[in-house]
Design a binder for this molecule. Sequence first.
Ligand code: SF4
Length: 873
Amino acid sequence: MICTTCPYCGVGCGVRASYKNGVTTIEGDKEHPANFGRLCSKGSALGETTGPEDRLLYPQIGDERTSWDEALNLVAAKFNQTVDEHGPDSVAFYVSGQILTEDYYVANKLMKGAIGSANIDTNSRLCMASSVVGHKRAFGTDTVPGTYDDLELADLLILVGSNLAWCHPVIYQRVAAAKQVRPDMKVVVIDPRRTATCELADLHLTITPDGDTALFNKLLVALHKRGVTDTQWMTTATEGFAAALEAAQADTGETGLAPDEEAIFFDWVCNTEKTVTVYSQGVNQSRGGTDKVNAILNCHLSTGRIGRPGMGPFSITGQPNAMGGREVGGLANQLAAHMDFALEDVDRVARFWDTPGIAKKPGLKAIDMFQAVAGGRVKAIWIMGTNPVDSLPEANSVAKALAACPFVVVSDVVNETDTLAYADVVLPAAAWGEKDGTVTNSERRISRQRPFMAAPGDAKPDWWQICQVAHRMGCAGFDYETPAQIFAEHARLSAFENNGTRDFDIGAWANTDETRYNAMTPFRWPARTDGETAERFFADGRFYTPSGRGRFVAVSSPAAKTVDPAFPMTLNTGRIRDHWHTMTRTARSPRLSAHIAEPYCEIHPADAARLGIKEATLVRIASPKGEAVIRALITDRQMQGHVFAPMHWTSVTSSAGRIDTVVPAITDPFSGQPASKNVAVTVTALSPAAYGFAVMQERPDPQSEDLLYWALAKCDGGWRMEFALSEGQSFAPPQAPDVSVNDGAGGRRDLWFDGDRLKAAIFTSPRPVAVARSWAVEQLSVNHNPQTRSFLGAGRPGAGQPDKGAIVCSCNSVGANEIGAAIHAGCTTIDAVGTATQAGTNCGSCRSEIATMISQFTNSEEGGAHVAPLAAE
Ligand code: SF4
């Protein structure tokens, strides 16, 4: 088996993989220091997402297949022509935290070095740009000081705006295991929503959105008042404390927390030296994200709790190679190798690359870039490995901008994304399992992604495509034959005239050849030419600011938002456990769609009652920018006045689930990162004429039917679809059904058979369809007799055919009803439920949900009447 790295989140788990006879085998790499063999549900299902199905196989100009030569010549000619006619800033690259460091390096070198514009930005702008700026303001450079081990070694772990259990499941598992060994370890979760991560929390602070700066400013004041700040450390190693303290004292921002809740939190932090603060998108995706980051860093700088075992701030990234992108300079406001646009940096990189025409100022950040496309200032754009028509805020405006752009190139892996529809040239890229290169995870650890299968059709690696275009544009310096050569140059640049002045230095890899590259085992940077490494940064009090001191930044809470009575609710967007980004890969796996198969929002019971929203009905969420139609999941995990909706659904998988159409393009003033949370919206109940649920062997084509609502997902044996109909609409195959049953309450069950096998079953009802979904899906994969046909007609399993309920454990396909039955039968621990049902015994991603179900049962006066899944079934 080949040792490679998972392509999903910033944990960067090691994977062992092989491909034989059409089957991909996946297991966790026990030797990899990020995961020690663990994989979450997404990583475990990687084998279901490889292969030629749904892939882009050939280059296209428009809709027509073409050769690589023709496609690349056209891209090079159009970019050259645009630059000649309108200057270097009239072109742009929008790249991705999915691409590998080597891809990133050559894309950055081509745009900034050869073309001479810094108009290259990455979708990592949406993920952690605020942390980058926060780090640079405080440390003088973009350094994550600590390691994953610190999260286990901490006595107090603070998770701010981080649903670790669902978004970084393997790190959550590591923390859960550490807490089991050391139950005195305390975990605080700071999040407006009671997420799955709260199962581990000793204290959950339901902070008001954007209240984090106020909370950490108050904490700074408390640390100072109680004499916990480390005066000696601050005197020798930092600057700017007085101004930061003054700003903190003057901050009148609201936290939304009760004074006693704040007091407990402050007590714990004041009394616990080994404190780690982990923060993620809940901090970064904010109109005040950078200030939030610095409010957190200020607290660590004031106590000297940084860069020592079990202590420090820790920004955990969403994407698999967001860190690699930062290292090469993939953001528009970075140059390369952790150098910026200071004169000496520009001069140094220009000499190293031999590109005198190098960009001399920052380029357009993501939101500005697409606004420049819309405004006609950017006339040619190359989008690599990302889907901005769904993932950027004001997503409909992005679509409009691309529709009007004179020349759009899209390189991707799959053949159906909302962005591909706007491409003038389509380039098929090699996918995970086929690509060769490196990625960097959230703890600065560089690991190899290695190929274990051939790319299908004419698909080629991104670095090759970029270098080919560079050649055809007449740019020198792109004669690489392998990713190893690119990596070696990247390493040389990191060490070039460095002499300890820059944190990012992997000079020890400057002379990498193929053999050494292929043998690379995961290592953490820095790895300097002289062999010097550093487990952690800054404990020695040396920073990368001009003075060499860590900098406090005086920060204040953002001004309170004025409530527009027309949009009185607050939308918070995020991610779910088993899907990734816009599902271009995870939607290929039936078991990943079994957990949550349609777009939904969480809404508080009081809001639902007030707005006339009943469980599992449909709602419209709207802002002045757009609207989405999704399913309502009524739950007190959500604060009153707030709704949560995931960002994964697109026009490929749903009729109107694109939640980023609703989000306005408001950005943090320092980082340019969009505020994807705290969005003013209305929520309205919809009243369809009928609801429906279908399981079908063949993929239906709901796009052509203009249904009021639909959401399509793969399942074992075919497809499952939720839908809703307006008055007069219907949805059915053209042939008459073999069995048709009226349910006596206005609903129907129509069944089509192909011999003994079920071809399609469509259940409709004036109310949300009450059919057991996982049972109905299983009926596609079994032979039927007259009796089982009658059960299908009745819409429920017969005796002896238990309904497992909504899938909670995707790995072992264990449903909520089975887990509920085990809990009712006396299983009071996750492990006991696992022994009884197998749930949670493979990847462990569902263990927090099982814990929630156990505690709901334990705390329920009705003796478990509240045992319910987190999923929206
Ligand atoms: Fe992949 Fe899951 Fe590990 Fe993230 S936690 S890298 S998604 S296996």
